[in-house]
Write a protein that binds this ligand. Structure first.
Ligand code: SAH
Length: 454
């Protein structure tokens, strides 16, 4: 094989893309991963790392560009860690996500008969984030900055715009930054663990006009809160809620467990289809509302409810999926581990007048065993775990419950594929639809339909 040495400059054809959106060049069968290179391109690159099974290259020049290459519209794109695919056309992004799922399920597992549909995309794949979580820090001159983290680091990039978040978020972000400077408000330092303001979290309703601003602080004492509240109310009279969340932990977790309402309502309201939801600052809520409707629509189609079914909504968050299904189900049981989210789910059931729902706080893997012991026999089970996928006990209990159908939503298709192999003993994985919840990024969301083998 040709030798490959660090710092060597080479030219090659890009033959594939990884799930991180990196171009792949092969020398014999040895892969070289080159970030920002696209399939079909001829590029000049420099080898920056050589390992036994692969190397990493740095793109130096695109000699023959792909038709899928576009100029990234965001001025921070090349340094910010928020987006990874702005240099690709949106159609190419959607195709890449579909092919990633096909690769995982058809080639790397036994599901070659499963239909993998085209990725459901957005008409306008920008400004979709209804929630922004922005770290606050200081630059080298001690001036306050707010933005997103640089790629693979915790350095904050001082930003005045972000093309994937709701427009009003950047307006709020820029004003808050100026007030922090003007009033010399204490800012948290990740290395010394000292200072007050850690994150600015902004949430906006999609159908509602609700807007929530949360200041995450390293401690309770927030003397200058009143200045920020007054300034926010004056500049953005349509803000409906201002909160302080206290996070004294030294971890990467953004929110702490305690929140105080500084002004207005303690939750924001939103609507998906005909169902209204109230959302606490600490509860999970899908960040791309218009795509969430498409995702849930696909899930409900897969569930094929007639009104007679007992449905489990596992990993239910604030109960969005279960409440979406309640009008066409006999009874919905939901489980979720975060207490404030389950409280939201219970209140949301009342708010929408549903009497056929039961929401329980606990670990899905434990509560599902209790449900089995209580003799609950689900017809359809909705599964929507976090990135790490399902606990094996959960899946084993699910197999014993033996519902007719399982609809599994995932934000990480590789753990979904792993879990599908356990369900495979009793269920046929019929179809998977990727839904683009996170345009311009490599994140892939999927919804999968499993039917009981007869
Ligand atoms: N179905 C919801 C939430 C999906 S996100 C929606 O569409 O909005 C995944 C949820 O699983 C989060 O709310 C998280 O708090 C919850 N979770 C994580 N681990 C869990 C576990 N072991 N048992 C139950 N819920 C869990």
């Amino acid at each position: 094989m040709e030798t490959i040495n660090k710092n060597e400059i080479k030219q090659g054809n890009v033959v594939d893309l990884t799930h991180e959106g990196h171009g792949v060049i092969k020398i014999d069968r040895y892969p070289i991963f080159v970030p920002n290179a696209l399939i079909g391109e001829v590029i000049k690159y420099k080898i920056i790392k050589v390992k036994k099974n692969f190397a990493i290259g740095k793109l130096l020049q695109v000699i023959k560009p792909s038709e899928q290459r576009v100029e990234p519209p965001c001025k921070y794109y090349w340094k910010c860690g928020g987006c990874q695919l702005q240099h690709m056309t949106y159609d190419a992004q959607l195709a890449m996500k579909q092919s990633q799922v096909t690769n995982l399920f058809h080639r790397k597992a036994q599901f070659s008969n499963t239909i993998i549909n085209k990725t459901i995309g957005m008409d306008h794949p920008w400004h979709y984030r209804n929630k922004s979580q922005l770290p606050i820090g200081k630059d080298r001159d001690g001036k306050a900055i707010i933005g997103y983290y640089r790629q693979r680091s915790h350095d904050i990039i001082d930003m005045d715009s972000c093309l994937i978040q709701d427009d009003v978020h950047q307006d709020i972000m820029n004003h808050v930054k100026q007030w922090i400077i003007d009033y010399d408000i204490s800012v948290y330092n990740e290395s010394t663990k000292k200072g007050l303001l850690r994150h600015l979290v902004i949430r906006t309703g999609y159908y509602s006009d609700d807007k929530m601003v949360v200041f995450v602080t390293n401690g309770k004492n927030f003397q200058q809160a009143s200045i920020l509240v007054e300034k926010l109310k004056e500049t953005f009279p349509n803000i409906t809620s201002i909160k302080q969340n206290i996070n004294k932990s030294h971890s990467n977790v953004i929110m702490g467990e305690q929140s105080v309402t500084l002004y207005g309502k303690d939750k924001i309201a939103d609507q998906l289809s005909d169902t209204t939801f109230k959302i606490s600052d600490q509860s999970f809520y899908q960040i791309n509302s218009s795509q969430t409707e498409k995702l849930y629509q696909q899930a409900i189609e897969y569930a094929q409810l007639t009104g007679e079914e007992t449905v489990l909504d596992t990993y239910c968050g604030i109960g969005t999926i279960g409440l979406y299904m309640a009008p066409v189900a006999k009874h919905v049981y939901g489980v979720e581990v975060v207490p404030s989210a389950i409280k939201d789910a219970q209140q949301n059931a009342t708010l929408n007048g549903f009497e056929n729902t039961t929401f329980v706080c606990g670990k899905a893997e434990e509560v599902i065993i209790k449900w089995k012991q209580q003799g609950i026999k689900p017809d359809v089970v909705m599964v929507d775990p976090p990135r790490k996928g399902c606990d094996e006990t959960f899946l084993q209990t699910l197999l014993k419950l033996n519902p007719k159908r399982i609809v599994y939503i995932s934000c990480n298709p590789s753990t979904q594929q792993r879990d599908a192999q356990i369900l495979d003993s009793q269920y046929e994985l019929q179809e998977i639809t990727p839904v683009d919840m996170f345009p311009q990024t490599t994140h892939v969301e999927t919804v999968a339909l499993f039917e009981r083998k007869s």
